[in-house]
Ligand binder design. Sequence first.
Ligand SMILES: C[S@@+](CC[C@H](N)C(=O)[O-])C[C@H]1O[C@@H](n2cnc3c(N)ncnc32)[C@H](O)[C@@H]1O
Length: 371
Amino acid sequence: MAVKKPKRSTAKRRRIPVTASLAPTTTLTTTNPTTGHAGSSSADSLSVLMALTPSGAETTSSTSSLLTIKSSKAVTRKKSSLATAQLIRRYHTLNKELSQCLARIDASQTGTGANGNGNGGGYQRSQGGPRYTAQQKGDDLARIAAIRQEMDDLGGLDMYQKASTLGQSKQRGGDSSKWLIPIIESCHPQLDKKAGNPLRLLDIGALSPHNYQKYASWIKATPIDLNPQDPLITKMDFLEMPIPTSKDQLFDVVCLSLVVNFVGDPTQRGEILRHSARFLVPGSGLLYLVLPLPCIDNSRYMDHELLVEMMAALGYTTLVSHHLAKKLAYYAFRLDIAPVDKDGKKGSKKAAVSQLLFPKKMRHDKPNRNK
Ligand SMILES: C[S@@+](CC[C@H](N)C(=O)[O-])C[C@H]1O[C@@H](n2cnc3c(N)ncnc32)[C@H](O)[C@@H]1O
């Protein structure tokens, strides 16, 4: 994508460092976006993953028959898959708790109280709400340090990404782009795949630059990530990505596969979805959204109907297709209405209205549901 005079997004962004650049990224070094620590902390990250493998995992070398070898391999794979899932879950939990602590501190400093979604804990600096005491702030600061330490001990974002890459390896079903391809094809029936005029696809939070390689003749992918695992992935915080200033900079497809749930702060999750609309061709652009299934079918506050309603409020009024699989929920939305606040202006009427439209509200009051 050619970028002329990039216009910076004013989308709400506080803690993830600015790394906006469309140039390849290996020369850029940043603070670890999640832990806030400099550099990569995962020199021996794979050994951390191995250490997480439940003890007693057998290896094939000690087995004597082919049958045992096969079952032993399967057992090892299952255990390692469990360890990977455990690591990813722990990382998400820490990331969320970190966001909550940071949001409480932010809210107490700005006097905004909760950040509109309960994440700030409802504390206010000024009158009207419970006071956020110095003691509570001290506890939050101590907890933040402990969380960052634990994240570092686990191997930081780098390790999380390696675990996620294992999660998307072929053995475990491959990456989630497969579901999308037939949908893109059905939305562009006239597309001449050999004409040399490929569709433009922005892959946000890409673990591999090769997810769309097979379709390179008709899909030109731009993979970006906060912490690229490959030099072909551009280092970029999507919320800092320059908003297109002309039609030829827009994308036909924007992919957010397992990215929104990665973000700990609910306001920022919303911002990512809102921001996505600024990059798509209105009328035909597709947003590919993948979430862990429990976000949709086991939450107290969110479900399929509410997601569809919220997306419609952002201009995604057509749900082209969706699929609730065993572990993941896949959605393809079409951007029918161009965003009003194209310039990314925060606090626009539209933004205020959508916050009022969707306050955090209990929808499924059941004890076993996620919060
Ligand atoms: C679960 S992993 C990626 C999953 C991959 N897309 C897939 O479908 O398997 C989530 C990724 O999102 C990236 N990410 C989170 N927030 C981001 C942002 N604001 N900009 C760019 N990448 C982001 C993280 O760095 C991480 O690599």
